[in-house]
Design a protein around this ligand. Structure first.
Ligand code: HEC
Length: 128
């Protein structure tokens, strides 16, 4: 009898396991217009819109989706689905030299907001 109970308990534990994994993978979809754009507007837009210091210096205009995806004169900053290769994340996560981390000379973006941008890129950087 004891053994049956033990086995039963193990079976329940095993059958719950995939549910937990699925729950982690099912993160809510991040929206560009609802979630990502307001963060960029708040922290980046003052320098990265038409004629802003950052746009003039690098060609990177973040005032809309097309500009964000176009990147700088030297290439894309966001690569859909590639969180390691997207230089936008490298800069805002402080993985680059502090002299070029963004936003320039200002407090870095709060962690949760960086996470939002990271998840959006991971989910394919869609114009959603
Ligand atoms: C106070 C002004 C300012 C703010 C705010 C700012 N930037 Fe910049 N950004 C610049 C300037 C100036 C450059 C030109 C390159 C340099 O001087 O490093 C630049 C360049 C860049 C580049 C190109 C990097 C390179 O090496 O070519 C990226 C990407 C970038 N900014 C992203 C951002 C992001 C993302 C934000 C918001 C989190 C942001 N910036 C906020 C001024 C700013």
């Amino acid at each position: 009898m004891k053994n049956i109970k033990k086995t039963f308990g193990k079976l329940i534990a095993l059958s719950l396991f995939p549910v937990v994994i699925t729950a982690c993978n099912n993160e809510p979809a991040v929206s560009f217009s609802q979630n990502v754009k307001p963060i960029l507007d708040q922290h980046c837009a003052e320098c990265h819109q038409a004629n802003g210091a950052g746009t003039v210096a690098s060609g990177f205009d973040m005032s809309d989706y097309e500009g964000l995806m176009a990147g700088t004169r030297f290439g894309p900053m966001v690569i859909a689905g590639d969180v390691e290769g997207s230089n936008l994340l490298v800069l805002i996560e402080g993985r680059a030299d502090p002299s070029i981390s963004m936003p320039h000379g200002q407090k870095s973006i709060p962690k949760e907001e960086i996470e939002t941008i990271r998840t959006w890129i991971k989910q394919g950087a869609k114009n959603n």
